[in-house]
Design a protein around this ligand. Structure first.
Ligand code: AGP
Length: 599
């Protein structure tokens, strides 16, 4: 997610823009920039790194004007550096734009623009918007912006500045954008946080709307040019609350973002029941796949093994990166190593990746942070597009990784000329809605959390593709509530853990429909017979599951490969509510870091 702030008015503009970017840093940043209309010239300063790096730029002190736009970037296309930082310009430096979102058809548009003589300077999708506006500009900026937007497929929150007019044009589709109405001054931003210090009168733009903003007036239209009257909201509340939205912690906000994140991970990568991935591999030459990761990412790798072997038909191994890097692994040149990492900076995973590449393996990455070390170390990869994950306990990155692994497996299958059952695409399309169904159970799950929050130990059992979900559920509970928890393959219970079962032992069962359902039911009966208190995650309250369960969380049914995503949401919520009820620091648990950049 990127951050946008724009201002038109008589105050000193640079501090407003830079301070506004600082308020937007929570949306993630890896580079930033500003552009001001200064005596008829668009003057810009752009910098890689944090806002504080931009602030050090001496040239900022020599810029003044009445209209300006600024942007903090969280890269989705193109590494985080000065060239790829926003604002972006047309060929003549007469039009500047800042953009939040993803343009799905930017490659096709870029080819057309280059053929028409435009010079595209950056690797970003966003820059082509400035050239499209230039292509259509014949003196009327609003008309040129409207024509450009009609060609764009994908999502945008956009602010445009021209050297000829002391106004900003803003447009929204799929990425948030608000307008702040001040006294003889106007603001546009990705959210209210950079505006609240100046005015609390806010207009929320809707998809397909365009706003023309001058310092003392604004006009809002739809793309057909029809004027729209919008409600002006008076916003109450602090900046901190805004950053977390209406959520108490970043972790619960990120749990609730997962329907949108799944859509974002898939966006532009499935067209007409075909997977579209730009991977530098020849699927026919891959004889073995090795997944390396740590923590939660290692759990998604375990799920990936099931999916890859089923759909790609290639033997797949999973290794803790910390073990892989030291065990002198046997690597062949037809091995493909895939590093899975939210941060892209985990020291063990980086070292394991280098070890594999040093022995001749081809390398891919499944990473969230664009431009991170792992994303630059691999030959190619899949970015999660999950947006910044602030809570130390990983949630939306995990579900996004599972979807990325499924798309990767289907991509290999289709590239090998094998049929992909369209039911999978249908179920992927329904997934956000089904996740929302689970999120509706949050209140009920909190009631269950009240009953079990004082327990000292938990066991989590799952089978098949849901065994890693048992591991992930246990890790979530451990790392934020400090309650000891263990995940196990359900069939392994009789080989030891069953000795732990008594009336003080809560046992979470992944009991959703699967070819192994009857086996799971037997395991539940074994626990029930020994007085264990079962919390079951099930698709429906069958008589047997009800009989054995102290508590039950029902979740929508889906195909087996997507069931880990549905099921894990309930376990994320259970862990969150227990930790919150215990009054713990959910976002920053003791002893933990968001990214383990040391051994
Ligand atoms: C998961 O909740 C933890 N924060 C931790 O296990 C994390 O998954 C692990 O450190 C790997 O991080 P990465 O995905 O950024 O490489």
């Amino acid at each position: 997610m990127c951050g946008i702030i724009g201002y038109v008015g008589d105050r000193e503009i640079v501090p407003i823009l830079v301070e506004g970017l600082r308020k937007l840093e929570y949306r993630g940043y890896d580079s930033a920039g500003i552009c001001v209309l200064d005596s008829g010239v668009l003057k810009a300063v752009k910098k890689e790194g944090k806002i504080s790096e931009l602030e050090k730029e001496e040239s900022l002190r020599w810029i003044s004007g009445k209209a300006g736009i600024a942007h903090t970037r969280w890269a989705t296309h193109g590494k985080p550096d000065e060239i790829n930082a926003h604002p972006h310009f047309d060929c003549e430096n007469k039009i500047a734009i800042v953009h939040n979102g993803i343009i799905e058809n930017y490659q096709a548009l870029k080819k057309i623009l280059i053929k028409e003589g435009h010079t595209i300077k950056s690797e970003t999708d966003s820059e082509i918007i400035a050239h499209l506006i230039e292509k259509f500009y014949e003196g009327d900026l609003e008309e040129a912006v409207t024509k450009a937007l009609e060609l764009i497929e994908g999502a945008y929150g956009l602010a445009v500045l021209s050297s000829k007019e002391e106004k900003i044009i803003a447009a929204k589709k799929g990425s948030p954008l608000v307008i702040g109405i001040g006294d003889d001054e106007m603001f546009v931003a990705s959210d209210v946080s950079p505006i609240l210090g100046y005015t609390n009168k806010i207009i929320y733009l809707s998809d397909g709307e365009i706003a023309i903003i001058a310092k003392d007036r604004y006009l809002i239209k739809n793309l057909d040019g029809k004027k729209i009257d919008k409600e002006v909201h008076e916003i109450e509340g602090s900046i901190k609350e805004i950053e977390k939205g209406n959520f108490k912690h970043f972790m619960i906000k990120e749990i609730f973002e997962q329907p949108d994140v799944i859509e974002s991970t898939i966006r532009g990568r499935i067209k007409g029941n075909r997977i579209k991935l730009n991977l530098d591999i020849d699927p026919k030459k891959i004889k073995r796949i090795i997944l390396i990761a740590c923590g939660t990412s290692w759990h998604s790798a375990l799920i990936g093994k099931y999916i890859i072997e089923k759909y790609a038909g290639i033997p797949c191994e999973v290794d803790y990166a910390s073990e892989f890097r030291y065990r002198n692994p046997l690597i062949n040149e037809d091995d493909l190593v895939i590093a899975i990492s939210q941060s892209g900076e985990t020291a063990d995973t980086i070292a394991a990746l280098k070890e594999a590449k040093g022995k001749g393996a081809k390398a891919l990455g499944i990473v969230n942070v664009v431009g991170s070390t792992i994303s630059r170390e691999v030959d190619s990869g899949i970015y999660l597009h999950a947006g910044p994950e602030t809570g130390v306990a990983s949630t939306k990155a995990f579900t996004s990784q599972v979807i990325a692994l499924l798309m990767f497996s289907l991509f290999i299958r289709q590239e090998k000329g094998e049929e992909v059952d369209k039911v999978i695409f249908e179920e992927m399309g329904k997934l956000p809605g089904k996740i929302r169904k689970v999120l509706e159970s949050s209140k009920k799950i909190r009631e269950i959390a009240i009953m079990f929050k004082d327990k000292n130990n938990f066991l989590y059992f799952g089978r098949g593709i849901n065994f890693p979900v048992a591991l992930e559920g246990a890790l979530k509970l451990k790392e934020i509530s400090y309650i000891h928890a263990e995940g196990y393959p359900a069939a392994e219970m009789k080989h030891g853990p069953i000795a732990l079962i008594d009336k003080n032992m809560p046992v979470v069962f992944l009991a959703t429909k699967s070819p192994l359902s009857s086996k799971t039911l037997s395991n539940m009966e074994e626990v029930y017979a020994r007085g264990g208190k079962i919390i079951s995650i099930a698709n429906e309250p069958t008589p047997e599951i009800q009989k054995f369960s102290e508590e039950m969380i029902t979740v929508p049914e889906t195909i087996e490969e997507l069931s880990p995503i549905i099921n894990v949401i309930s376990l994320q919520l259970l862990a969150y509510h227990i930790a919150d009820l215990k009054g713990l620091d959910v976002d920053k648990p003791r002893n933990l870091a968001k990214s383990v950049t040391v051994e």
